[in-house]
Design a protein around this ligand. Structure first.
Ligand code: P6P
Length: 321
């Protein structure tokens, strides 16, 4: 019978990786753990509870309909961080501006509280994505400068995928580990220690509806995937596509187009955290020309093209197949 290691045991055990750590990061991850369990519970009954299903009637800064579970998840994670105390400010996909906690916390967090939320009412996997940075500003409250650090400055990043099971996958720079929620005991247990993504793969994930708007090089790469009889898998939920490709090998692409040269995805709370994780797992993430983690952000909700997954596939995509 393999040893059962819970997420909380793992967090405490790994705190030793950080000499002189205060425990702030550990307790922040613990707050995320609780929030993940609660969102998982709500996501799993969203189909049953009319009042949590469907649009909240508001639009977020992206101009997208805010699903009620979006709003619920956003408010929950923010509340958890506010009370936990290690985080002084959050930038969320669901908030136009930085949310300040004025608590002197050492960290700032960027997050997409519920990515893929348009899939909630069709029972497709959705996810939460988060990045953690140390503050660099020294004033009484966090500033935009704290959030515009390059992705290489992240101290931790992770995602929660609410699918056939709920998994929390994260890294603090010492490899990637995945924890599966056992709902019978309400505990995340280590199920995927030391995750490494295959160097090559046979899965490509892209919205081919945009094919003729992509650059000739991207079109050529997608064509080469088909000629190699690769599998096309695109769920329309970044976290779910990313998670499958991380485990099995593959590439997810959201390239720029003529009308939207920066693509659709957000640098601060989608591309950067997943790029941090995929590199920790031996993979690669670029915007088609530059390593994602080296991009210097200029605004909170800026978009960037994303090519992410197995190293050989990302390299081939950058070359145009
Ligand atoms: P499209 C969801 O809105 C999301 O941000 C990602 O989760 C997903 O991969 C992508 O957008 C889907 O976008 O344009 O293909 O529908």
């Amino acid at each position: 019978m393999p040893e059962i290691k819970t997420l909380s045991e793992f967090i405490v055990e790994r705190q030793a990786d950080f000499p002189g750590s205060t425990g702030d990061l550990s307790s922040l991850l613990t707050a995320f753990r609780l929030a993940a369990k609660i969102v998982s519970r709500e996501a799993n009954k969203a189909g049953l509870m009319a009042d949590i299903l469907g649009a909240a009637g508001n639009e977020n800064v992206q101009g997208e309909q805010q699903q009620k579970l979006d709003v619920y998840a956003n408010n929950l994670f923010i509340r958890m961080m506010r009370t936990q105390g290690a985080v002084c400010a959050v930038a969320s996909e669901e908030n136009d501006d930085i949310v300040h906690f004025d608590n002197g916390g050492r960290y700032v967090v960027t997050m997409d509280p519920l990515d893929g939320s348009s899939n909630i009412d069709v029972n497709v996997s959705i996810g939460t994505i988060f990045s953690i940075y140390q503050r660099i500003s020294t004033g009484p409250k966090a500033t935009l400068e704290d959030f515009l650090q390059p992705g290489s400055a992240q101290v931790a990043a992770g995602y929660i995928v609410y699918g056939s099971s709920t998994m929390l996958v994260y890294s603090t720079g010492h490899g990637v580990n995945g924890f599966t929620l056992d709902p019978s005991i309400g505990t995340f247990c280590l199920s995927h220690p030391g995750m490494q993504t295959p160097v090559d793969g046979t899965i490509f994930s892209v919205n081919e509806g945009n094919l003729y708007d992509f650059s000739p090089g991207v079109q050529h790469y997608i064509d080469s995937c088909k000629k190699q009889k690769m599998s096309a898998r695109y769920i329309g939920s970044l976290v779910a596509d990313f998670h499958r490709n991380l485990l099995k090998g593959g590439i997810y692409l959201y390239p720029g187009t003529q009308n939207a040269p920066k693509g659709k995805l957000r640098l601060l709370y989608e591309a950067n955290p997943l790029a941090y994780l995929v590199e920790q797992a031996g993979g690669m993430a670029t915007d088609g020309t530059t390593r994602i983690l080296e991009l210097k952000p200029t605004e909170l909700h800026q978009r960037c093209p994303l090519f992410i997954g197995s190293r050989s596939m990302v390299e081939a995509a950058m070359k145009g197949g």
